[in-house]
Write a new protein. Sequence first.
Length: 86
Amino acid sequence: MPIRRGESEGDAKGVLAHRPTRMILTQFDYYRRYRAVVEQVRSNPAVAEIVVENTARVRSPDSYPAMQKVVQHISWAPVIVKISWR
């Protein structure tokens, strides 16, 4: 189910409040929910840099919005989101 506009705002507020330096997510979680959160956090002036590393090196079907409607694939290779704060 795609995230509706505004649904990821609470997650972004949580990230900004806790200021993690790393988030380790499954590809499923990253592509289906946290990609929008990461983009919202990236636009915050308190963030110096965000680096997203997909350790699988191959995109899962979940990474393609059109495929999310027909297939669910969970890759256990993590997506590591590194956040540098100002």
